[in-house]
Design a protein around this ligand. Structure first.
Ligand code: ADQ
Length: 460
């Protein structure tokens, strides 16, 4: 059996910890790594004064991880720079805050070379290599330049932007050309995939076969959509755990007969938190009869704190939440509870289950797993209602949610009103249809179908 080699920017700790704090992706990949005696390779998250390429191997729960430390300059230019200040905003259609800086370019190329240099000596002839996400787009090209002929697949967790947006990136051609060193490129949805094939046709002057094989730059690569899922069974189990029940009891006491709306997101501008708060403010203004009968709990742990745009959004949200509570709060009621910390998966499952409405309104999202977790955590006999942005990749599969345009505070307010009034029979019908999809298209079937498609590509 060929080994699976997973490569990602960061490596999740291999310990599958008993508090259920590890996400579905890490668990799904760990299962495949364990079965194939594979290795998970990436950055340790640590910095050293000078890059040495020294590998730190660890083994836990049958999974081997290999990590390297990076230099402060690498972290600035590659991680905080090109990955998170150039590609992340650009791939989320935010060219207004995308930073184009040559220094970032060279740092990104350098770290991808460093990854290739350290990974190469570890590889065996029939290993299958699976590279994850926008941090490592040119990695396959670097590996090929070092003589690697193994099958290499790439999965993009974010959206892929339309041609006109991508064309604002200096050297966009070189970035796309480097992707032809992969054998298979996976996208979350058909929409992101066709933005990529569109580029191959219109910018690169290539052609695309009906099965998604793109030909350009004298090479070819297969593109396909593989919508990621959650570890649905484990999440349902987490929702029935003692910790989740205790959390649900705690929430019930604090909800005190009102309806809770829940939002759970990394604090990121792509998640539409500002617009969500404004939509909720609008809902409060439009529905005076519902004041004191509902509240929004928004959980948003800070992320990427060292980047200015992330500090700015945090300040804006602090102001907005102050404004909403200042205008509407009463002595015994606060309309918006805004919490900046993380919770274990079991606690989170208990919180989701207590919420009458799951409000998931990203402006743009590769998939969005919170929407799927919310559905999996519901009590099937008396479930809550999912309100979902039509611009999340998940909206393609989750048609039984209330789909909204997150740019419109009226649509958010109307959907909240509709969800509040929804009869139990309709809630049950919608949740059961959504749950079928979440259970069927889970993270294991995602991983298996990607790996099977990669194995089906003839080796170079
Ligand atoms: P993210 O942008 O991080 O992922 P998402 O898919 O919503 O977005 O996943 C977030 C995960 O973090 C969820 O599992 C959620 O439970 C967890 N989380 C968020 N806040 C938390 C908190 N306060 N405490 C504990 N856990 C919390 C990227 C892409 C997405 C894509 C995923 C997977 O941007 O579009 O769905 O990768 O491919």
């Amino acid at each position: 059996m060929s080994r699976l080699i997973v490569v990602s920017n960061r490596v999740s700790p291999p310990a599958i910890d008993s508090t259920g704090s590890q996400g579905g992706l890490a668990v799904a990949l760990a299962a495949a790594l364990r079965q194939s005696r594979g290795i998970w390779f990436g950055w340790s998250g640590e910095q050293v004064a000078e890059f040495t390429g020294k590998l730190d191997f660890r083994r836990a729960q049958g999974v081997t991880t290999a990590t390297i430390d990076l230099e402060p300059r690498d972290v600035d230019e590659y991680y905080n720079g090109f990955a998170n200040r150039t590609l992340w905003p650009l791939f989320h259609y935010r060219i207004d805050i995308t930073e184009y800086d040559r220094q970032f370019d060279s740092g990104y190329a350098r770290v991808n070379r460093r990854f290739a240099d350290t990974l190469c000596p570890m590889l065996e002839t029939d290993d299958i290599i699976w590279v994850h996400d926008y941090h490592l787009i040119p990695l396959a090209r670097e590996l090929r330049a070092r003589g690697v002929r193994n099958r290499i697949g790439f999965f993009l967790h974010t959206p892929w932007p339309p041609v006109r947006l991508l064309a604002t990136l200096p050297h966009h051609e070189a970035l796309v050309e480097s992707m032809f060193a992969y054998d298979l490129i996976g996208f979350q949805t058909e929409e992101w995939m066709s933005a990529f094939t569109d580029y191959c046709l219109r910018e690169a002057g290539g052609r695309v076969e009906p099965d998604g094989t793109a030909h350009a730059y004298g090479q070819c690569v297969k593109a396909a959509a593989f919508p990621i899922g959650i570890d649905a069974e484990a999440f349902q189990k987490a929702a029935r755990s003692n910790e989740a029940r205790a959390m649900a009891r705690r929430m019930r006491a604090s909800i005190a007969g009102r309806h809770m709306i829940i939002g759970v997101d990394r604090l990121d501008y792509s998640k539409g938190l500002e617009e969500r708060f404004t939509g909720y403010e609008r809902f409060l203004a439009d529905n005076p009869d519902l004041l004191n009968r509902v509240f929004l709990l928004q959980i948003a742990p800070p992320s990427r704190n060292t980047i200015g745009t992330y500090r700015e959004i945090r300040e804006k949200l602090d102001q907005l939440s102050g404004r909403i509570n200042g205008a509407h709060a009463d002595v015994d009621w606060v309309p918006l509870r805004y919490v900046n910390r993380g919770y274990s998966r079991r606690d989170l499952a208990g919180i989701y289950r207590s919420a009458r409405i799951g409000l998931v309104t990203p402006m743009r999202d590769g998939m969005n797993l919170v929407a799927k977790e919310y559905v999996a955590a519901q009590d099937p006999k008396d479930p809550g209602v999912l309100i979902l942005s039509r611009f999340a990749g998940a909206a393609r599969q989750m048609k039984d949610a209330l789909l909204v345009n997150p740019y419109s505070s009226e649509e958010i307010a109307d959907a909240l009103r509709q969800a509040m009034a929804m009869e139990r029979a309709e809630r049950v019908r919608r949740n059961s249809a959504l749950l079928d999809g979440v259970m069927r298209d889970d993270v294991t079937s995602w991983r298996e179908s990607f790996v099977a498609a990669l194995k089906a590509v003839p080796q170079r």
